[in-house]
Design a protein around this ligand. Structure first.
Ligand code: ATP
Ligand code: MG
Length: 716
């Protein structure tokens, strides 16, 4: 077979990795060196040269977007449909397994997936049932605890309380939560993985079947696998397996969510004879961008050590913009995008990156005003919008009557006279008999006052009726029928103004999403169940591909693995990025630096770093200084777009000057109190007169710069 074509577009090092003998392999290499490209070519190589059947390949990527891209690339290389390949995210693949083996997983065929919000709701219910106070047992923290246990592969019975009463209580809540999910037949994200692991661990013949089938397991972004993902992979590969994994320790950015970069070393221990490949040539970025990124990451300790070079040109300098405030920052970004478009660049080639989702709002407003189309990845996600979840809840309930979360969501939406008292009766009934709310509703009708009974009965029959009526309809017709017949459209029509209209538009969009939905080739699921799973699993990503030429907006985390000709990293202020809570701890600070490295290495030709001296975020004004990460870049690579008259680094005023702006006798080290931020210690002053600013390290809120004249600080 002529394979020259397959290896043509690769350099020597890449070629060696792609054509490596059938044995475990680890490609450890920096950003933009072609790791993902190697992985895709390896798949093609296995099929075309090693004669592996496409059904024998399982490939894991980090996002659905990456999975779709990988499918496309494999198809282009091989000119075969990629549907028979198992390419997906860990969650997507685990879900697929559980759907096929729901019996082994002790689930019903119609189990539903819980997103993070619904998970919080269930935890709140569990707390209530256990009579625990939410201020003491904070639902979000409990959620964090439960997910962390699952990510480590631990069930309640595996966890020791070590005589600690708080821990004992947490374990009890975890157990109660698990019971509630099992009763409702719902599975949260972490559970997908844990259960997929357990069905293999506990069913030797099932495991043997999959080991035999998937002799070739490939993983992209391996540095961000967590414990359970690693266990799942190792179990599948088995002691004689030959996984092919690619990763970069410098791009490990999910430690905070349980990712273990040590898995890179663990892998080499667990799979003796692992072939190690290193790629050093970067094909993505200009020399300048690469030098800047290399200089930045050099500040981290304990790196595995890699070199990256490019044969490309140096290109333009990294542009730094010090904005007055967040609106000035947005204007700057918009003007640069206009320039880019005017010179013939496409909008989709531009990415705006930020540390946290909340930062996107101001940028979005500015883009809207400027009539520049954009698309936000993550953030307010289509499938997570309230009205979409309402419609999905009806559909989920039609598919699975035990889904209590959905039941609660829509039983009285739109209002149909089912009040809190009725629901309490139903809930009590469900608790007492260990049944679903649906079953309890049916059973408790006789105990209810006549009117309540009628309303409840009407709801139950409506769901039954909708299911019967839509039985033979196409998926999108089903969805359409449900948004109408449920009364949701009518309900949102009553909502005043644009909000209601937007909701109705979104429901229409849901119908068209259903129309455009394509089933996976060998899916065991009904189209409806498949669509419902897709809605939960895909919710974190693109909001449909309806608009072609859009500016891309996303958090730094979700930019991993992607590349864009022009990249704006916005909000480059200390406290925002690196994030306030990471500054004090070296390991967290280094993770933030890796995140910065990931951001910078997304850029192919132009990289902009912008920060605002004053920023209003979450309704609070803060005065920031340039991120320390900017300070870590070699000055000769930078171009300050608007040179500051003043230095933007903190100016340490001498002791004598200190007395001037501080008639109240505040000095460095003074303890002060702020109406909102509480107590803190004065760290610094800057400027004088009405522009004087003061830096305070607040005990609970961290370090902030405040305008002295507005801050109303009180010396304590
Ligand atoms: P990241 O660490 O960011 O995930 P990566 O190592 O996976 O990066 P790729 O995305 O595979 O890198 O490749 C980066 C860019 O370089 C892509 O546009 C890719 O097509 C291109 N590229 C990689 N290898 C070559 C090559 N040998 N010749 C030409 N272009 C290449
Ligand atoms: Mg990659």
């Amino acid at each position: 077979m002529d394979v020259s074509h397959l290896l043509d577009s690769l350099n020597d090092a890449q070629r060696q990795a792609v054509a490596a003998p059938l044995a475990p392999a680890l490609v450890l290499a920096g950003a933009g060196s072609g790791k993902t490209r190697v992985l895709v070519h390896r798949i093609a190589w296995l099929i075309q040269v090693e004669g592996v059947s496409p059904q024998g390949i399982l490939s894991v990527t980090f996002t659905n977007k990456a999975a779709a891209e990988m499918r496309g690339r494999v198809e282009a290389l091989l000119r075969i449909p990629s549907a028979s390949l198992w390419i997906g995210t860990f969650h997507g693949l685990a879900h697929r397994l559980l759907r096929m083996h729901w019996r082994e997983a002790a689930l019903t065929q119609t189990f539903q997936i819980l997103d993070s919000d619904d998970q919080t709701r269930i935890i709140k219910k569990v707390l209530k049932a256990l009579d625990l106070d939410e201020t003491r047992w904070v639902p979000r923290e409990i959620q964090w605890f439960i997910n962390a246990q699952k990510d480590e592969g631990l069930r309640p019975k595996h966890i020791k309380d070590d005589g600690d009463p708080t821990r004992r209580q947490l374990i009890k809540i975890y157990q109660a939560y698990e019971d509630a999910c099992q009763r409702a037949q719902v599975v949260d994200f972490a559970e997908l993985l844990l259960r997929a692991f357990e069905i293999w661990r506990d069913n030797p013949s099932l495991l043997a079947h999959y080991r035999n089938r998937f002799r070739h397991v490939l993983v992209d972004e391996f540095q961000d696998t967590n414990t359970i993902q690693y266990k799942w992979l190792s179990l599948l590969a088995g002691p004689d397996g030959m996984p092919f994994v690619v990763g970069d320790d410098d791009q490990s950015i999910y430690r905070w969510r349980g990712a273990r970069v040590e898995n890179l070393n663990q892998f080499r221990r667990d799979f003796p004879g692992t072939q190690l490949f290193r790629l050093e040539q970067n094909y993505r970025s200009t020399g300048t961008i690469l030098k800047a990124a290399n200089a930045l990451i050099a500040n981290n300790s304990g790196r595995m050590g890699k070199t990256l070079w490019t044969s490309g040109e140096d290109g333009e300098k990294v542009r730094i913009y010090a904005a007055f405030n967040e609106r000035d920052e947005a204007d700057f970004v918009i003007n640069r995008i206009r320039d880019w478009s005017q010179r013939g660049g496409a909008r989709r080639e531009v990415a705006i990156l930020y540390r946290s989702n909340a930062q996107s709002r101001v940028l979005e407003e500015a883009l809207l005003n400027a009539r520049i189309p954009y698309r936000v990845y993550g953030g307010l996600r289509f499938f997570e919008r309230a009205e979409i979840k309402d419609a999905l809840a009806y559909l989920r309930l039609m598919s699975s009557r035990t889904d209590d979360t959905s039941f609660e969501r829509v039983v009285n939406l739109p209002t149909r006279g089912i009040g809190a008292k009725t629901l309490d009766t139903v809930r009590a009934h469900a608790r007492a008999n260990g049944t679903s709310l649906w079953a309890a509703a049916g059973a408790s009708i006789r105990e209810l006052p006549q009117k309540a009974a009628q309303s409840l009965n009407a709801f139950l029959s409506m769901i039954e009726k909708m299911q019967a009526e839509t039985q033979s309809l196409e998926l999108h017709e089903k969805v359409d029928h449900v948004v109408q017949a449920s009364g949701l459209i009518e309900h949102f029509k009553k909502e005043k103004g644009e909000r209601g209209e937007a909701r109705i538009d979104n429901l229409a969009e849901l119908v068209s999403a259903a129309r455009g939905f394509t089933l996976e080739a060998d899916s065991e699921l009904s189209p409806l169940d498949s669509f419902l799973a897709h809605a939960v699993l895909e919710s974190g990503e693109a909001q449909g591909d309806a608009w072609d030429d859009c500016v891309q907006m996303m958090t730094l985390h979700s930019a991993k693995g992607l590349e864009f000709p022009v990249v704006f990293m916005t909000g480059m202020e200390d406290g925002l990025f690196p994030h306030q809570r990471s500054i004090g701890e070296l390991a967290s600070l280094e993770e933030e630096r890796r995140l910065c490295y990931v951001g910078a290495t997304r850029a192919m030709r132009q990289l902009y770093l912008t920060y605002a001296e004053q920023r209003r975020l979450h309704g609070v004004d803060t005065f920031g200084q340039a991120s320390r990460f900017i300070g870590e870049l070699p000055a000769e690579l930078l171009d300050e777009v608007r040179p500051r008259v003043q230095v933007s680094r903190p100016v340490y005023v001498g002791r004598k000057n200190l007395e001037e702006p501080t008639p109240t006798g505040m000095r460095m080290g003074s303890r002060v109190r702020h109406g909102k931020f509480g107590d803190g210690v004065v760290l610094n002053f800057e400027g004088n007169g009405p522009h004087a600013r003061i830096q305070v390290n607040f005990e609970r809120q961290g370090t902030k710069w405040l305008m002295l004249s507005y801050a109303n600080l009180e010396v304590v």
